[in-house]
Design a protein around this ligand. Structure first.
Ligand code: XMP
Length: 320
């Protein structure tokens, strides 16, 4: 059983000091490695590891090809400015090869997990000689995985899989007692910029969670552009999360006076406290129209833009 630390109980300075000490004890005079995704959890873990180990921590950003526009460069630059060197590893081809032909949501998640741990990151860890991997698993990840709600990619130990035997390394998870609100408090105390510690949630399987059906570079490029459009319009909206989803079936439409079978984009924008339940935001009609106009202009294949008005449950927040 993991003992939860609620925000009310959390003393961020003490949490940081204790975890820096724990990381040092665990790693000894060895080296650790850490995958940074740019999300709140992995960013906080990166800073904790950096405080504890300095240059003995190797931070890797795996470009899996399914990230948002400009994300690898942006995250690496931001951490470099904070004094943390980040190595960007281009693994796009490996991830797309693993996703080829898959349409089932759980198979897609599994392909991403296996490609990340067994192939790409496993290889980097073995080459590096590091025996310890720092990881930003939080309590909610464990709860959801144990409850069978979702196969999160980062909770092997909780599923009874020994990462040392299966993958060859130890996993350190300093954020396990915290929920997202606590992680944000620790992130602020670590002097991370607000754009990081207050970042909206983004799923581990990244844009592939927003592609219904097969994930390939072309379909990812469509959803990536659509995501950028939504971000432009909704970035400042006081909402929990928003997203653009690419549907798998094409529908009839008219483009340049000709009948075409075009793509469908679904926009979702959620109010929620903790992602367990959520209601669609009542976005102003003008905002929805402006999003649709930009999607149609910037994505020449799009003929249908819809807005999801079903709550979770029965909907889920992501489409996949
Ligand atoms: P759902 O779609 O399950 O999403 O209603 C609830 C929240 O969890 C995020 N999410 C994920 N995060 N790996 C993650 O790290 C995943 O596989 C995953 N699936 C969903 C989602 O963005 C939302 O905030």
């Amino acid at each position: 059983m993991i003992k939860e630390i609620t925000v009310a109980e959390l003393n961020p300075e003490r949490f940081i000091a204790e975890n820096v000490a724990d990381i040092l004890t665990a790693v000894g005079d060895g080296r650790a490695i850490n995958a940074l995704s740019g999300g709140v959890d992995s960013s906080v873990v990166t800073m904790l590891g950096h405080r504890a180990l300095g240059s003995r921590l190797r931070t890797v950003f795996v470009d899996n090809g399914i990230m948002r526009e400009g994300e690898p460069e942006r995250v690496a630059a931001l951490f470099r400015d904070l004094g943390v060197p980040v190595e960007v590893v281009d693994a796009r081809d490996e991830f797309f090869a693993a996703l080829k032909g898959l349409t089932d949501p759980e198979e897609k998640r599994e392909a991403i997990t296996q490609t990340f741990y067994r192939q790409v990151f496993g290889r980097i860890v073995k080459e590096s000689g590091a025996r310890h991997l720092l990881q930003g698993t939080i309590l909610t990840d464990v709860d959801e995985t144990v409850a069978g709600i979702k196969r999160q990619h980062n909770v092997f130990a909780q599923l009874g899989i020994d990462p040392e035997k299966t993958f060859g390394y130890h996993i350190l998870e300093p954020l396990l007692p915290l929920r997202k609100d606590g992680v944000r408090v620790v992130g602020r105390a670590l002097n991370l910029p607000e754009e990081i510690f207050n970042r909206k949630p983004f799923p581990g399987p990244a844009l592939s969670a927003r592609v219904i059906g097969e994930v390939d570079p072309e379909r990812i490029a469509v959803v990536r552009r659509a995501t950028a459009v939504c971000e432009r319009h909704l970035e400042k909206a006081p909402v929990f999360q928003y997203m653009a989803i690419l549907h798998s079936d094409r529908v009839p439409g008219m483009r340049n006076g000709r009948r075409v079978y075009g793509r469908q984009i679904e926009v979702r924008c959620w109010n929620s406290l903790d992602a367990r339940q959520a209601t669609p935001t009542r976005l102003p009609w003008e905002t929805l129209e402006a999003i649709a106009a930009d999607l149609i202009r910037e994505l020449p294949d799009v003929v249908s833009v819809t807005y999801n008005i079903a709550p979770k449950p029965p909907s889920t927040m992501e489409a996949v």
